[in-house]
Design a protein around this ligand. Structure first.
Ligand code: UDP
Length: 463
């Protein structure tokens, strides 16, 4: 029988793959430490969800956009408005329904981009925990924007200085800080993550202390609330020396290829495959996609490329005809799948190079699993992440754009060769091994993230 005193956490992720993964993994960790967790998923998300997670309960609720999610609302602003009214009311009902049960909720953990969830927590007397899914460095930049310490749009300067970071050139800044109509509402939403932090009980960051040492130190001094780093939030299988635990995060919003990738990778030599993936929702321009395709071909390397269904038409026809995983016989030189179990792929010994958009999860995954990266950032925080990959952690290179903003095939080939061949490549492989060990150290018993998590768990168990 379950212990009736178990504290119960309601976890509310923003409904996107890159937000669900780290919060789900953190939730599973809490469960392994004696906390009960219920994961709240929107009805729309549940429609496409492939779940294999037994450890946390799933509770479905309506955010007011059951048919089409954010697209149904028309814009992110409109979506958040609906979430604030309809979604908040439904979440409050979920919490109230539990009140008379053996496991009333004690804590509401919400994605930091939905700060109004803290109002629900405070109104219902729960511990309020804001969970940040981007790097501390990027968050410190947004914190400066929120407090008016960095005026936006950034223009008329060539570089910006931020605490604990190298000088950031304009092309290294999160793209929301730059001048464009569409950036205005995104910038408000990322800056507002700091709007009510002095009322939150905990701020939780998916990073580890040594990775962003100076920035984390600055944040610990500056922020009013209990602030902890708990990452990298990868399933323990990949970080634990015993190699036990789940293969994957546990919720996929796109049906993954489960065996073909791994069977195909099994036929390749150690370090010989370039893995290519641009995350769960951003799109490449057609021309950029073509350049990547021909760059891969020119490099002569084996490649495994994730191309989501809606992007397939942008592929050159040769690639659609020869490399799709649905082909009658499996292609040898390259394989294209619609969605992979990325952790399994990155952990496979055949993978020696990761071409990535440098979303924060992908960056942390590449680094923690020891795969050097080529960055082709599309937007948002990816430009800043790749600056750190290249110049601070020295585990990858950023593809250089031409005057039209495109990274050409010759440049892609050059980047792949820089990673997989030559002295610089060796340096990067050595560095990434070092970071992989430090990531393990952070989550191992006695490591910085592990101690922080225990501190958080103890506070829930004791209060
Ligand atoms: N991912 C995956 N399979 C794929 C591509 C991505 O499982 O084929 C996962 C990846 O492991 C990561 C998440 O999707 O955890 C993407 O998050 P990220 O922050 O890198 O990018 P976003 O999708 O938010 O742009």
């Amino acid at each position: 029988m379950e212990n009736a005193c178990k504290p119960h956490v309601l976890a509310v992720p923003f409904p996107g793959q890159g937000h669900i993964n780290p919060m789900l993994q953190f939730s599973k960790l809490l469960v392994s430490k004696g906390i009960k967790v219920t994961f709240a998923i929107t009805l729309f998300t549940a429609k496409s969800m492939q779940t294999e997670t037994g450890l946390v309960n799933i509770e479905l609720f309506s955010d007011g956009c059951d048919e089409g999610g954010i697209l149904e609302a028309g814009s992110l602003d409109a979506y958040f408005e609906r979430f604030k009214t309809i979604g908040s009311e439904n979440l409050a009902k979920v919490i109230e329904r539990q009140e008379s049960s053996d496991f009333p909720f004690k804590c509401l953990m919400y994605d930091s981009c939905m700060p109004w969830c803290l109002d629900i927590a405070k109104e219902l007397g729960l511990v309020g925990v804001s969970f940040y899914t981007q790097s501390c460095s990027v968050n410190v930049i947004y914190y400066h924007v929120y407090h008016g310490l960095l005026s936006t749009p950034v223009q008329g300067v060539s570089a910006v200085s931020m605490p604990g970071m190298p000088l950031l050139e304009i092309s290294d800044l999160p793209t929301f800080l730059l001048n464009s109509e569409s950036n205005i509402s995104y910038l408000k939403f990322v800056a507002d993550q700091f709007s009510n932090i002095d009322q939150a009980d905990w701020l939780v960051f998916n990073t580890f202390h040594k990775l962003e040492n100076e920035v984390v130190n600055w944040m610990l001094n500056e922020l009013p609330t209990r602030t902890i780093t708990v990452g990298p939030t990868l399933p323990s299988k990949y970080l634990d020396k015993r190699g036990e635990g789940d293969d994957n995060y546990g919720i996929n919003l796109i049906k993954p290829d489960r065996r073909t990738c791994i069977n195909w990778l099994d036929t390749k030599k150690t370090g010989s495959v370039v893995y290519v993936s641009f995350g769960s929702f951003l799109s490449l321009q057609e021309q950029q996609m073509e350049e990547i395709a021909w760059g891969l071909e020119k490099s002569g390397k084996y490649f495994l490329w994730v191309v989501r269904a809606e992007e397939e038409q942008k592929l050159p026809s040769k690639f659609r005809e020869e490399y799709m995983s649905t082909s009658v016989s499996l292609p040898d030189k390259g394989l294209i799948v619609k969605w992979s179990l990325q952790l399994q792929v990155l952990a496979h010994p055949s993978v020696g190079c990761f071409i990535t958009h440098a979303g924060w999860n992908s960056t942390l995954e590449g680094l923690s699993l020891g795969v050097p990266m080529v960055g082709i950032p599309i937007g948002s925080d990816q430009t800043t992440n790749i600056k750190f990959v290249e110049d601070v952690w020295r585990v990858g290179v950023r593809g250089k754009v031409d005057e039209k903003g495109i990274i050409r095939r010759e440049e892609i080939e050059r980047c792949i060769r820089e990673i997989t061949e030559g002295e610089h490549g060796e340096d990067m492989r050595r560095n990434v091994e070092k970071w992989k060990e430090l990531a393990k150290e952070a989550v191992d018993e006695g490591g910085s993230s592990s101690k922080n998590i225990q501190h958080f768990v103890d506070s829930l168990l004791c209060s």
